[in-house]
Design a protein around this ligand. Sequence first.
Ligand code: NIG
Ligand code: FE
Length: 425
Amino acid sequence: MKLKPLLLVNIGQLATLRYSTPGPRRGSSLSELGIIENAAVLCSGGKIVSVGTTKEALRDPWLKKNRKKITEIDCGGRVVLPGFVDSHTHPVFAQPRLVDFEKRISGANYEEIAEAGGGIRSSIDGVRKASKAELKGKVLTALHDLAKHGTTTVEAKSGYGLSLESELKSLEAIRAAARMWPGTVAPTFLGAHVVPPEFRGRSQKYVEIVCKEMMPAVAKRKLASFVDVFCDRGAFSAEETAQIFQAAEKHGLAVRAHMGQLSETRIAPFLKFRPASLDHMDHVNEADLPALAHSDVVATFVPGANYFLGLSRYPDARRLIEAGVAVAVATDYNPGSSPTFSMPMAMSLACTQMRMSPAEAIAATTINGAWALRLADRKGSVEAGKDADLAVFDVRDYREISYWFGVNRCVLTIVSGVASGQLPA
Ligand code: NIG
Ligand code: FE
């Protein structure tokens, strides 16, 4: 069946994020949303065809002639954004981690819980025992829940299997779920999430397996676009991270890393690997900022993790933005540190806890999220030629998207020109 073109009219505020300077947004360009009031967007064949005011759209001779052949949605003055690009999620797990949750409430911290056998390691068993079909089901449910909150592109990591077989199973589950979801998924191999218990005290041996057994198998099956490493105290060292990045380079896979969540690691030595993004960034050495600012590496904040781990300290977004570093914001959806599907919740935290402005939070979750996944040629802004991925919010002002918290104001998500959800009457 041929898809009918889709016309959105009467958009109160359309944040286009258009006319970007080359590369990811940084500094003052992070606040330039390219808002069109009373806007309209025409989509056809899964792409955005034209963007302008409703008045202009309704005067268009082609539209006048073909109005009956298109699906028209009256947005009733609501706000429309490019679909969110959630550039950091861990959706392949079997169970929520409720024991860790209660332990933390009683006073234990993330590292203490991990050392006592909880944390990431306590999700391994569930994934190893689960069938691929079960995991696919979990990932697909998560993708639908993310979409309900306005997300149309999702990075999805493996990383709770941590054996050749269960890492491949996790990535295959991501691939199978992605095929059943209309949005776009960027799969990431995170074999280096933690050292699994059977390699305790032998991290070098495990890194060797990640590089020489898992990565070639992942690359051969084309199961991942990126290789990720949790580079931190209690996970993998800077040297091990460099070793894994080198192997990824050999296999033609782009890299990204969890960096500076619990402790500081110097970033400069990693820039030669051109990571697409470095995520968390709670602890960053001042001396690394100029080189970072001169690169296209995106620093991705995941404040949902700080919130859920009950931390009072959040990444110093202002320091990075003022230094000219390109920043993104993502959910970090995972069972241990950030069980949320909501990009607006991450934006709310970025605003209230990290002093990002509501406009910056939008650029950080759309166009810069797209840069963090190297998908900015297709995603992250509402411009002719880009994928027709949009999100409609039941608010009148774009600032409300970060303002309301604990509620979902996204009422309609459009993926490749197909709408799902319903506008309130
Ligand atoms: O991004 N820090 C490492 N990985 C995840 C946590 C995963 C987990 O606790 O299950 C994160 O916060
Ligand atoms: Fe993470």
